[in-house]
Design a protein around this ligand. Structure first.
Ligand code: NAD
Length: 342
């Protein structure tokens, strides 16, 4: 394994599966103790709080002073720039809206790479949803850098792209799923940290593969949500109630997450956004953003996604027509003119 391991006495133990058996799941390895967290929005604020609860020493930064104040009021150290965060951190996590924000936080003035090529933190984790090309660009920049101080356990700084699935309730409950790209030994080392914010971490391969997994997942989710919404609306036009069709789908070949867990028809299922006027879920605007990333990535490799690009048009239209902050399942009512279940 390249360039990474624990130093035990005079011996460096490579950090692979066998080494992970060595420490208790409750102890925080000192290599992960000081965590910088950048991006304290809907997701990041909960993720940072869960790290604090798990015992990590967290330092935070956001361009929004109000978001930082909520942390400073609780005695959590805040910093005015990504560079300042990196000065006191072993690991830096970013949870930002999109690729341009991530590039700004890494490459901008007083950004994470703003002090030149000798870096303080040995590990960077970007959990924002971005395109794989952006993740790979940042990974290449980090791989050209060196560590400011010899850490013993890491010879070079590393980065993982680790976007999440689960949404705000899962972020709050510490039940996110991380899809992780980068060096496998960095993934194994970061796992205790990730599992303080989530219930699962899945290794996807090299740099950018976590981001690729995330946008593929969301493209499939958008298409399946539109598929069941279209079928439920057609069913209503043909005289079949959506609840009857749901029962049939859920024990037949059309069953999917959009039919059995996140049903888009108001009145069919409780506790989902469709039961509360499509408020409080994954917004149409974010879905359009993720589909945009998927289509840009597809065109970057010359691959055609006809259903993905149609889904993007639909979510763009929904966003333009005033539904940008409604949950993405609102396509049933606002695109297909589906009716509430009586
Ligand atoms: P958000 O807009 O609520 O939060 C982003 C935070 O980043 C804000 O507090 C903003 O002030 C801060 N920020 C922006 N630019 C910055 C900069 N240059 N420096 C420092 N801070 C900066 O977004 P969110 O809902 O928390 O989502 C974050 C990421 O997670 C996105 O990429 C999103 O696609 C992804 N995601 C969101 C959900 C969800 O349900 N909200 C689910 C899965 C994944």
């Amino acid at each position: 394994m390249a360039g990474f391991g624990w130093r035990v006495g005079s011996k460096v133990q490579r950090w692979g599966r066998s080494c992970l058996r060595g420490f208790s799941s409750h102890a925080i390895p000192s290599q992960l103790e000081n965590v910088g967290f950048i991006g304290l929005g809907n997701m990041g604020s909960h993720m940072a709080r869960n790290l604090i609860t798990a015992g990590y020493k967290v330092t935070v930064h956001d361009i929004n002073e109000n978001s930082m104040k909520k942390f400073s009021d609780d005695g959590i150290p805040t910093k005015q720039s990504p560079l300042e965060v990196s000065e006191s951190s072993d690991v830096v996590i970013t949870m930002l809206p999109s690729s341009s924000h991530v590039l700004e936080v890494y490459n901008g003035t007083n950004g994470l790479l703003g002090a030149g090529s000798r870096l303080g933190p040995w590990l960077y984790i970007d959990s924002s949803t971005v395109d794989p090309q952006t993740s790979r660009k940042i990974s290449a920049a980090i791989s050209r850098c060196h560590l400011k101080e010899n850490k013993g356990y890491a010879e070079n700084p590393m980065i993982l792209d680790a976007p999440v699935s689960g949404g705000v309730p899962a972020a709050e409950a510490g039940k996110l799923t991380f899809m992780v790209g980068g060096l496998e030994e960095a993934y194994l080392a970061a796992k205790p940290l990730l599992l303080s914010m989530g219930k699962r971490a899945i290794y996807c391969g090299g740099a950018g593969n976590g981001s690729a997994a995330k946008i593929c997942n969301n493209m499939a989710m958008a298409i399946s949500m539109l598929g069941v919404s279209e079928a439920f609306a057609l069913g209503q036009n043909l005289g079949i109630k959506a609840s009857t069709l749901t029962d049939i789908f859920n024990c037949s070949s059309a069953r999917c997450w959009s039919s059995d867990t996140y049903n888009p028809v108001p009145g069919v299922m409780e506790g989902v956004p469709s039961s509360r006027n499509y408020d409080g879920g994954f917004t149409s605007k974010l879905m359009a953003k993720d589909l945009d990333l998927a289509m840009a990535s597809a065109s970057g490799v010359g691959f055609k996604c006809p259903l993905g690009s149609e889904a993007l048009e639909i979510y763009r239209k929904l966003s333009k027509d005033g539904c940008e902050l409604k949950d993405f399942s609102c396509a049933f009512r606002h695109y297909y003119a589906g009716k509430d279940e009586e």
